[in-house]
Design a protein around this ligand. Structure first.
Ligand SMILES: C[S@@+](CC[C@H](N)C(=O)[O-])C[C@H]1O[C@@H](n2cnc3c(N)ncnc32)[C@H](O)[C@@H]1O
Length: 240
């Protein structure tokens, strides 16, 4: 998208959170205009928002507050935990609806499944978090199966790329390793109340695994899978 972004296009960042993606992109591509949407208003606390970037509060599940064929580039990242599995086809159709014909739609997300992790990290995420999420009809593995939903939404041909997101380690960059360890530990702290409440697990039991995770960092090289999907709207959507 670099050449189009340099010339000047309309870009939407769905579920933008703090706006870290759209603010950085707007700073780099000053000829383009960016809108972030999110169900919360955390964007409001973001400093240094350039004038070509703005925010609208919106719940994607209720429909995006834009006309059809509005954006040249619709981007959505890190929404795995937000939607029940059966909602995903509708979410992708909504992204396609607001994209212009020949506009680009991109989703970049993770299945939130620990690969090559130690026993405690694997238990906390792959067993406890996954079970608590399934109780809300959320199956994070849906992120590996989005391609047919793009096609049904009239986006394609679709490119699907996968890569690995190292968690708590990176031999090439010690600054990243430190930040990544902090991120993993703060994720595990953040999900704790929901897991204890949903599964009835004792605080002591959770803390035992949590404390082990830091020790496991030196021994294991865990990662999440990252999935990237992108394609241009071709207008050939199928009704569900
Ligand atoms: C993990 S954050 C990702 C934020 C951002 N996309 C990023 O990559 O930094 C998930 C975001 O999705 C938002 N979200 C959850 N459900 C949503 C919904 N139904 N509609 C819009 N945003 C939603 C949350 O408020 C949160 O800001």
């Amino acid at each position: 998208m670099t050449e189009e972004l340099k010339k000047g296009i309309k870009v939407l960042d769905v579920g933008c959170g703090t706006g870290v993606w759209c603010v950085e992109m707007a700073t780099e591509f000053q000829e383009s205009s960016f809108i972030g949407t999110d169900i919360t208003e955390v964007f409001a606390a973001t400093p240094l928002v350039p004038s070509n970037c703005s925010f609208i509060q919106a719940d994607t599940q209720k429909g995006l507050p834009f006309e059809e064929n509005t954006f040249d580039f619709v981007f959505m990242r890190a929404q795995t935990l937000c939607y029940p599995e059966k909602i995903w086809p509708d979410v992708i159709k909504e992204l396609a609806r607001v994209a212009k014909v020949n506009g680009m739609v991109e989703i970049f997300d993770t299945t939130v499944t620990v690969r090559d992790g130690g026993p405690s990290f694997t238990t906390l995420i792959n067993e406890w978090l996954a079970t608590a999420l399934r109780m809300r009809d959320i199956d994070t593995t849906v992120i590996a199966r989005l391609e047919p939903m793009f096609v049904s939404a009239g986006i394609g041909p679709v490119t699907h790329l996968s890569t690995q997101w190292p968690l708590g380690w990176d031999p090439t960059n010690t600054q990243y390793t430190k930040m990544s360890k902090e991120n993993v530990l703060s994720l595990l702290q953040g999900i704790k109340p929901q897991i204890l409440a949903a599964l009835g697990i004792a605080d002591k039991e959770y803390t035992k695994h949590f404390d082990n995770v830091e020790l496991e960092f030196g021994e294991y090289k865990p990662h999440f899978d990252l999935e990237f999907y992108y394609g241009r709207k071709n207008g050939a959507s199928k009704s569900s």
